[in-house]
Design a protein around this ligand. Structure first.
Ligand code: 6GU
Length: 282
C-alpha cells in the first residue's frame, strides 16, 4: 500500500514515520510512505502556500494552486492504477474510527492532505478531495498529527506489520470491547500484587478472567460500546462470577517476594515450580 502525506512540515511527519513500527513497516516495504513538501509545488519565488482571506478577517488561508499541483503530480505518478483516495484533514470532517481505518486499509493508494492556518481554500474540499476527516472533537494546530494518526492506524492493519501476538483481530474495537488488563514482573510492587489468577498457570481460567475483565471494563468505562455488544450466555454469567484460582493450582502460587521472582522466571521458560510444563502451546 502507498500512503502519500502532503504537508508544510515534512520533517515532523518523517520523524514519526521513521520511528518504531512504522519505520519497520516502511523498511520491509509493507507500506510505501511518501512525504511531499507542499512548498515544492508553489509557483512564485517566495514559494507562497497561503494568502489573506477574501472578505477580510484574521488569519491566513491555504492556497488552492500548490495543493492542486501537488495532487496532480501524485495522481499522475500513479498512472494506470486506480485514482487514489484523497483525504483532507479538517476538524469539521467525518470522524475517523477503527471502522474507517479498516475500510481505508484495503485501498492501494491514499493521499493525506494536511490542512493548516485558519483553513484551506474551500474549493479544495469541493473539487480536489474525496474525503474530509477529523480525528476528534478538539482543535489542533495543523493536520500533521491527524494524518499521522490515520497513517498509523492503517499501517498496523497491513499484513505482516504486527507480529502474531499483537494481531489486529485481537484489538479493542475488532469486537467493540476494551482490552483486559496486562501485567508483567515484578509480581509485587509497593505491595501491589498481580492478580493470583494470572500466576496459577491455569490457562482456561485465565482466558475466562480476561474475558470477564474486558466485559466489566467495557460496561463500566464505555457503556456506549457495551450496549452494542452481543453477549453470549457465558458472557452474562461471567459478568457476575467470581473467578478463583482452582484448588489444584493454588500450591503453585508464589507467597514470598523471593519465590515470586523465581516463579516468574520459571514461567518465562515455560516451566512450573515442580519442573512440569505449564504453558499451553496448542
Ligand atoms: Cl483533522 N485537524 C485539526 N486541525 N484539528 C483537529 C483535527 C484535524 N481533528 C481533530 N482536531
Amino acid at each position: 500500500m502507498r500512503i502519500d502525506i502532503v504537508t508544510l512540515f515534512p520533517e515532523m511527519v518523517e520523524a514519526v514515520l521513521n520511528t518504531s513500527i512504522l519505520r519497520r513497516a516502511r523498511e520491509k516495504g509493507l507500506v510505501t510512505f511518501r512525504v511531499v513538501n507542499l512548498r515544492d509545488y508553489a509557483t512564485d519565488k517566495h514559494r507562497t502556500t497561503d494568502d489573506v482571506p477574501y472578505g477580510g478577517g484574521g488569519g491566513m488561508v491555504m492556497k488552492i494552486e500548490p495543493i492542486a499541483r501537488a495532487l496532480d503530480a501524485l495522481t499522475a505518478e500513479a498512472c494506470g492504477a486506480q485514482k487514489p483516495r484523497v483525504i483532507l484533514t479538517d476538524p469539521r470532517g467525518r470522524q475517523f474510527t477503527q471502522e474507517l481505518a479498516r475500510e481505508w486499509a484495503k485501498e492501494s493508494h491514499l493521499v493525506l492532505l494536511c490542512g493548516h492556518y485558519e483553513g484551506v481554500d474551500d474549493r479544495v474540499r469541493q473539487h480536489l478531495v474525496t474525503d474530509v476527516v477529523s480525528i476528534g472533537d478538539y482543535v489542533l494546530t495543523g493536520g500533521e498529527l491527524p494524518a499521522l494518526v490515520i497513517a498509523d492506524a492503517i499501517t498496523r492493519l497491513q499484513e505482516g506489520v504486527l507480529g502474531d501476538q499483537e494481531a489486529p483481530e485481537k484489538d479493542s474495537f475488532a469486537e467493540p470491547i476494551l482490552e483486559y488488563p496486562h501485567y508483567t514482573r515484578p509480581v509485587e510492587f509497593r505491595g501491589w500484587r498481580v492478580p493470583d489468577i494470572l500466576l496459577c498457570g491455569h490457562h482456561a481460567q485465565i482466558a475466562r478472567w480476561r474475558r470477564q475483565q474486558s466485559l466489566r471494563l467495557t460496561r463500566d468505562l464505555r457503556p456506549d460500546l457495551f450496549n452494542r455488544l452481543t453477549l453470549s450466555a457465558d458472557d452474562l454469567k461471567l459478568l457476575d462470577e467470581e473467578i478463583t484460582v482452582p484448588p489444584k493450582s493454588r500450591k503453585h502460587l508464589p507467597v514470598t517476594s523471593e519465590s515470586l521472582e523465581e516463579t516468574a522466571s520459571q514461567q518465562e521458560r515455560g516451566k512450573d515450580t515442580d519442573g512440569t510444563r505449564t504453558r499451553d502451546h496448542s
